[in-house]
Design a protein around this ligand. Structure first.
Ligand code: HEC
Ligand code: HEC
Ligand code: HEC
Ligand code: HEC
Length: 188
């Protein structure tokens, strides 16, 4: 009798272990699931719903950042290349090593390519360069929208491009005032 119950105890423990490990296995893949990453949709889409920000942004130097590459003098190109420690062969407006900071989402899903540049208005430092890719935001229900995009881009977003080498005079407080669209949020 004593033996029997001991055996049953082990069996029960075995079942518990089995159940325990099975459910742990089931849980593991779910826990590894990542939130789906948003893709770039382009300024032409943001513009449909955020016209005041768009019009105000269009007056900032960011809105013609690709033109600055295309119109850069050979001296300017050489200067920039020297700062970056690279050699530019061909047009500056076609160099990945220049485009990376002068367009939006270069080399990323839905981001700038020569074909999509003008059509989707990714041919500049546009909305998604600061706010992040917007495909999820665009499709989200109205009440979910604020949660699906970075509504307060901070210094970290600027420093991706305004590096010490390329923008030595960068100061967040000063640059925010002259480089970001006006803010149209109604005072609370
Ligand atoms: C179909 C319409 C629509 C499109 C397209 C759209 N938005 Fe929005 N967006 C909204 C609405 C609605 C809100 C919520 C406004 C509110 O609550 O005041 C919002 C809110 C925001 C906010 C503020 C978030 C916060 O924290 O309050 C930002 C920033 C923003 N959108 C940026 C963008 C950008 C960048 C794009 C393009 C990539 C874009 N939106 C495309 C409708 C849109
Ligand atoms: C790491 C990001 C980055 C890279 C890479 C980069 N730039 Fe720029 N570029 C900037 C920033 C930021 C500014 C604005 C600097 C400021 O005013 O503080 C700028 C400004 C410029 C300007 C001056 C625009 C004007 O009219 O005032 C030119 C021209 C230019 N870049 C050319 C180039 C060329 C050519 C390359 C490639 C060899 C290049 N850039 C690569 C970030 C970058
Ligand atoms: C250089 C970075 C930058 C770019 C480019 C940019 N934004 Fe913003 N945006 C900001 C910052 C920073 C704030 C927060 C402003 C604040 O705190 O008052 C903001 C706030 C907003 C808001 C919240 C409401 C408001 O007006 O403050 C919306 C909506 C928005 N941006 C839409 C856009 C759209 C649409 C574009 C492109 C046409 C765009 N932004 C381009 C940096 C940027
Ligand atoms: C994707 C790269 C990128 C990001 C992100 C970015 N910038 Fe820029 N910024 C540039 C480039 C490139 C220029 C030069 C544009 C031109 O003149 O062609 C520039 C120019 C400027 C200028 C004009 C400087 C001058 O001398 O007139 C200001 C101000 C500025 N940026 C502020 C900001 C702020 C503030 C942020 C963050 C909220 C930011 N930028 C984010 C690339 C970027």
């Amino acid at each position: 009798m004593k033996r029997m119950s001991k055996w049953m105890g082990w069996a029960a423990a075995g079942i518990i272990v089995c159940v325990g490990s099975a459910s742990a296995e089931e849980k593991a893949p779910a826990a590894e699931k990542k939130a789906p990453a948003a893709a770039f949709i382009g300024t032409s889409k943001c513009k449909m719903c955020h016209k005041p920000q768009f019009e105000s942004w269009a007056k900032t130097p960011h809105a013609h950042a690709l033109k600055s590459l295309e119109n850069a003098t050979p001296e300017q190109v050489e200067q920039a290349a020297k700062k970056l420690g690279i050699v530019v062969k061909g047009k500056a407006g076609e160099q990945a090593s220049c485009l990376i900071c002068h367009v939006t989402g270069h080399g990323q899903e839905g981001g700038y390519t020569a074909e999509k540049g003008k059509k989707d208005m990714l041919d500049s430092v546009s909305c998604e360069a600061c706010h992040g890719a917007g495909s999820i935001h665009m499709k989200a229900k109205k009440e979910e929208k604020p949660k699906t995009i970075n509504g307060r881009p901070g210094e970290a977003q600027c420093l991706v491009c305004h590096t010490k080498v390329m923008s030595p005079a960068f100061k967040f407080e000063e640059y925010v005032k002259k480089g970001v669209h006006e803010s149209f949020k109604k005072p609370k």
